[in-house]
Design a protein around this ligand. Sequence first.
Ligand code: NAD
Ligand code: PRE
Length: 366
Amino acid sequence: MSTVKQVTVVGVGLIGGSICQTLHAKNQNIKITGFGLDQADLECAVELGIIDYWTLDFEEAVRDADYIFLCTPVQITLAYLEHLSKCKLKETVLVTDVASTKGTIMQTAETLIAQGIDFIGGHPMAGSHKTSYRASQLDLFENAYYILVATAAKNRVPELIDLLSETHAKFLELAPQEHDQIVGLLSHVPHIIAAGLVNFVSEESNQSELFSLLAAGGFRDITRIASSDPTMWTDILMTNRDALLTQLSQWQNLMTNMQEMLSQKQEKDIYDYFCRAQEIRNQLPQHKKGSIPNLYDLFVSVPDEVGVIAKITQLLHENQLSITNIRILETRVEIFGVLQLTFRTENDREVGQRLIEEKLQYQTES
Ligand SMILES: NC(=O)c1ccc[n+]([C@@H]2O[C@H](COP(=O)([O-])OP(=O)(O)OC[C@H]3O[C@@H](n4cnc5c(N)ncnc54)[C@H](O)[C@@H]3O)[C@@H](O)[C@H]2O)c1
Ligand SMILES: O=C(O)C(=O)C[C@]1(C(=O)O)C=C[C@@H](O)C=C1
């Protein structure tokens, strides 16, 4: 009989809750204590089976843990890392985190590491604009990259990967600065731009009713992530300042170039700008979650009429095809809209596509 492993999750939210679900799926001998600020939330997470126990006492939460996952907003994680270096911990404990930036986290963890405590930084590159354990999912990290940053305790990287095996993520080791540069480009800059675009368009349209009426298609696609949590994103920006300051000025240069091309009517250059982007975007792998989430997506053009979604889901159900997500990308009264269906496998998508085209005569695109 294997011994019970005690895991403590600090911050049982979207990411913490999803990690808990994968740990429970891995091994019944893993017992999880959730630490947080809100007793009602923690009690509810126990009822849902996400965690086994809860406490509002940090020192009690971490004392007997074999593994500690810090899953709070970045600046709060920094404070808990400092606090941990003053707590009584098991000598063999392995501490990790999930914060979206890694430079300041690894720097702050140095005190703990110097005390002989094993710390490996972590960042699952998948998530959502939603928060809370209520939005947590067992398969949130499936196929996504899970970045590990091990400046020490390298010998325990395989153990951490094994513990997290039920995430079905792809693990990748990076150095802290390397992480912050690339994730700055692929995640942080896009979030700044998406939020900026919403603020810009809303101000330019003077909050007119037409703004919410016509905000569809492209605008909705590119601004989904502007619904993300402001505390989380403030913390991310404050802890990745160096990389972001450089990247934002490069972005400004690009926009200045576009302004120049437009004012000089450089039609060929403008065409090339879109052409290059189209080529690169189309070459990105189709089946990855993460910065560009799409898994096995199928886009179905459907008329905007009652019962369309039921028809499609019924057809898929009858043919034992399960979908992991369904999303309406556009609804325009009385004309065609687009449904985004996400399948588990490429084969399911192919079969689903054929059925929808043949039986329902809807146009599709994968
Ligand atoms: N959301 C994403 O897409 C995503 C993806 C990867 C990594 N991350 C990182 O994961 C971390 C958590 O993000 P999330 O999306 O799960 O957010 P969340 O808001 O869903 O969860 C955060 C949890 O921390 C708790 N919390 C807040 N302050 C606390 C405190 N002082 N003490 C104890 N608990 C506290 C909250 O109650 C909540 O349960 C962040 O560092 C974020 O950068 C987020
Ligand atoms: O899909 C989303 O909503 C996300 O914003 C996820 C996303 C990302 O930018 O890719 C956001 C922040 C995390 O650090 C990692 C993943």
